[in-house]
Design a protein. Structure first.
Length: 469
């Protein structure tokens, strides 16, 4: 007794130290699903896609809102441009130069005569710009009418609906995967526990048989058969232990947990089985997320086709510009009070499509054909969904029947094993019968657990086929 107390204290101390190193979390099936819907990678990406859809809708909206932009430009003319037309006008012998010469002969003003003579005497290199030039301004544009923008606004609701339905579809897959992974992990642990219990019974019978053999009251063959049963159980336990570790790791992966985290499953296999009830709701393929996604895509194709057709309509936009310009001979003069020359304008721009060689017609036809393909896909999905539902329902009903049969087989094998155990202890039964009945009992225990897993998986597949959220 004292030894057991000391062992218990050591065990509790070890568990306490382990708990300090790593936190232990426990999850029911519902809690595991809720956690996965927030932390699974696919769930995270689906939520990001919804945010992306909102941003895209905002992009569509802003295309019809005012757009204000500013500009600044500095130019340096290391070679100023000339205007050849003016040079030809004032060149010697030109009509303009002859007129200037005649005007200077008739003038009595010496200064004017000097200026006219210089212009008419070969001044031919004339430039209207200075080397340093700065221009700056702002421009405001506003879309006044564009039918494509109108249909883009109408499509925003369907665009966001599509992203939300994609998220719902991802969540549905996550629920199905977590349900299957959770039941598999719990079943593997319970199967391991059952095998350990069976091993305790076999160990006890083997120890008693060895004691009887030591007294010469039984054959060594009886001991060997029980040792064989013990070895087989140990091998099954090792295999089941590996399966339990893999199943639990798969559950943590599906939930979005780190694989080194320690978790405990709250719901037992019987609790999960008790939640399964025969299917009563009527099936309607329109409840499936996939059907709703295809319907939304068809609606979007309709908006897209109308937007392409509206490319034949005129579009109208307005604009306002205010800018300023300054030119100087030297760059430093720009900051010494040089005069700026502002200008402003406001106007509207009408764009009228006249002929595009059939471009818009080809675009409309492509969208129309794509919409027809989606309609065909939706019709085909209705048939596929009905087939999937019938198959899932058939598998579910079969799983119910298999579970009942497995339970009857388990009860019978347990009864046979108990009887053979009692007879063997009384010396009326053989070790061969006891070994065989023990193996059958252990096998039927595992089969009964497997039928429960099959039933839970069939129910998850049936819920998915029916579009249950």
């Amino acid at each position: 007794m004292k030894k057991k107390i000391i062992t218990g204290i050591i065990t509790l101390f070890a568990v306490s130290l382990f708990a300090q190193e790593k936190s232990v979390s426990s999850y029911s099936l519902k809690e595991a699903i809720d956690y996965a819907l927030q932390n699974n990678v696919n769930a995270k990406n689906a939520k990001l896609d919804m945010k992306k859809a909102k941003a895209y809708n905002l992009e569509i909206l802003t295309q019809g809102l005012p757009n204000l932009s500013g500009g600044f430009e500095y130019d340096y003319y290391f070679k100023t441009p000339l205007v050849p037309a003016v040079s030809n006008i004032v060149a010697p012998g030109s009509p303009f130069a002859t007129a200037l010469a005649q005007l200077s002969q008739n003038s009595n003003d010496p200064a004017l005569v000097k200026t006219l003579n210089s212009l008419g005497g070969g001044f031919s290199n004339i430039s209207f710009v200075l080397p340093n030039d700065i221009s700056t301004g702002i421009t405001l544009t506003q879309l006044l009418f564009d039918a494509r923008y109108v249909f883009g606004l109408k499509a925003r609701k369907e665009l966001y609906l599509t992203s939300r339905l994609q998220s719902d579809l991802s969540d549905q897959d996550i629920r199905t995967n977590i349900t299957k992974a959770y039941s598999q992990a719990e079943a593997a642990q319970e199967a391991k526990s059952l095998l350990l219990e069976n091993k305790k019974i076999v160990d006890k019978i083997l120890a008693d048989t060895r004691a009887v053999f030591a007294q010469g009251l039984t054959e060594e063959l009886d001991v060997n058969r029980l040792e064989l049963a013990q070895a087989n159980l140990e091998m099954q336990i090792n295999q089941q232990n590996n399966m339990a570790e893999v199943a639990l790791a798969n559950l943590k992966f599906q939930m979005g947990l780190n694989l080194d985290e320690v978790i405990i499953l709250k719901d037992k296999l019987d609790d999960l089985r008790a939640s399964v009830v025969p299917q009563q709701n009527a099936f309607d393929p329109k409840n499936r997320v996939e059907y709703q996604l295809l319907t939304a895509a068809i609606t979007l194709d309709g908006y897209n086709m109308r937007a392409k057709r509206s490319g034949y309509y005129p579009s109208l936009g307005g604009f306002l510009n205010y800018s300023g310009n300054v030119q100087t001979e030297a760059f430093s003069d720009m900051f010494k009070g040089s005069e700026w020359y502002p200008q402003g304008l406001v106007g509207i721009k009408l764009n009228v499509p006249i002929f595009d060689s059939g471009l818009k017609y080809a675009q409309v036809q492509q969208v129309k054909l794509e919409q027809m393909k989606r309609q065909n896909s939706r019709d085909n999905f209705v048939n596929a969904a009905n087939l999937q539902y019938q198959s899932a329902l058939s598998n579910f009903n079969a799983a119910l029947g298999d579970e009942v049969s497995a339970q009857k087989t388990l009860d019978l094998s347990k009864k046979i094993f108990t009887t053979n155990e009692a007879k063997f202890k009384q010396g009326a039964g053989s070790s061969f019968e006891l070994q065989q009945s023990e193996q059958e009992y252990a096998t039927n225990e595992l089969k009964q657990i497997q039928t429960i897993i099959n039933l839970l998986n069939a129910k998850a597949d049936l819920d998915k086929a029916m579009g249950v959220k």
